[in-house]
Design a protein around this ligand. Structure first.
Ligand code: FAD
Length: 317
């Protein structure tokens, strides 16, 4: 079923999880081990991220370095199909513009359609390591809105090259990303929301936020989006911090500010266990408020740490 349909039918806030494909060479069972402890909370859908290829350099002797492109976490669409079949749950593969031509994007969408997947999260992706800005593939999309347009066209039976009368339309529900603290490249919140509206006008039926640690920012963002005419559901993304490394990594990587009270509590932490306690308590409080104030769905970024998400849900779900 489509995420939009889940949201339309919901009588109370829904629950969803986001997982990463295993690293190349690891077993699919590591995915099940992450999902199993969360299934009792009856999530409505599970997202699987997409990871662009990275450039690595290998020593080849005599001072020579070989440049190699490696995709470290392949398999997003296959994992979605497998999870859907194994758990009888809807899945949402992420698809990015980076590294994809329009033909390759179309092929990926056709694959999802053949596998009975009803949803896709349309994203631009980030610049690859070593690039100062995002560079689209030749004949690829520069912004997520262009991918949203391509998916919406495919849903009308408009393939890139096939004649329309011969082509069966797909029926994919399109989601897109949004940023309550502004996307780091955006000039300001105004332009970011204006571009966000373009994604919605092009066919995005719901939005998922970057991880938030301050609910007030989420509520203010939703209000501003409503003022700007964005009416689709906006799902808050949540992440319990679980280790000392997160304290630097999360704000730097995801361009989010930690609220004062959380920052003070984290500064006092001396071990991963301390951070995890603070992180789980913080996300629990956030989740309670979001649930009480009617957020459409709570979306948990598990990032391979489903035990911490489980602790939060045991307290609030
Ligand atoms: P866009 O909507 O294209 O926006 C990017 C920037 O360009 C913004 O600053 C925006 O204001 C601006 N902009 C948008 N449209 C235009 C336009 N037409 N003209 C000029 N400027 C414009 N990354 C991955 O690699 N894999 C994942 O699986 C993944 N999952 C994610 C899930 C969520 C819920 C979120 C919030 C992010 C995820 N990301 C993922 C990260 C995302 O790819 C990056 O944040 C990326 O930098 C922006 O993606 P976007 O889809 O928001 O891009």
């Amino acid at each position: 079923m489509k995420v939009s349909e889940h949201l339309r039918r919901a009588k109370a806030p829904l629950l969803s999880f986001e997982i990463l494909p295993p690293l190349k060479g690891k077993d699919i069972r590591s995915i099940y081990a992450g999902i199993d402890p969360l299934m009792e909370f009856k999530p409505s859908f599970i997202n699987v991220t997409y990871h662009r290829e990275e450039v690595i350099y290998k020593e080849r002797g005599h001072g020579l370095l070989q440049k190699i492109r490696v995709r470290k976490r392949p398999g997003t669409i296959g994992i979605c199909a497998t999870i859907k079949a194994k758990y009888d749950i809807d899945t949402v593969p992420h698809l990015i513009c980076g590294g994809f031509s329009r033909e390759e994007t179309e092929d990926a969408l056709i694959e999802m359609n053949f596998l009975g997947i009803d949803n896709v999260l349309a994203l631009r992706g980030d610049a690859t390591k070593g690039e100062s800005q995002f560079i689209p593939e030749r004949d690829g999309h520069a912004h997520a809105v262009d991918m949203v347009k391509q998916i919406a066209a495919l849903n009308r039976g408009q393939y890139l090259h096939e004649e329309e009368e011969e082509a069966a339309p797909t029926d994919l529900c399109i989601g897109a990303a949004c940023y309550p603290e502004k996307h780091p490249e955006a000039l300001n919140m105004g332009t970011d929301i204006a571009y966000l509206k373009q994604k919605v006008d092009a066919g995005a039926e719901y939005l998922v936020t970057q991880m938030i640690f301050d609910n007030a920012k989420y509520f203010a963002f939703v209000e501003r989006c409503r003022q700007e005419g964005i009416t689709v559901p906006i799902i808050p993304g949540l992440k319990p911090l679980t280790n000392l490394r997160h304290i630097q990594f999360i704000p730097k990587t995801f361009h989010v500010d930690l609220p004062d009270d959380l920052a003070k509590a984290l500064v006092a932490c001396r071990s991963d266990a301390d951070v995890r306690k603070v992180g789980v308590e913080w996300t629990t409080t956030q989740s309670r408020e979001l649930k009480e104030r009617g957020a459409p769905c709570l979306h948990f970024y598990t990032m391979g740490r489903s035990e911490a998400v489980r602790e939060v849900l045991q307290a609030v779900w």
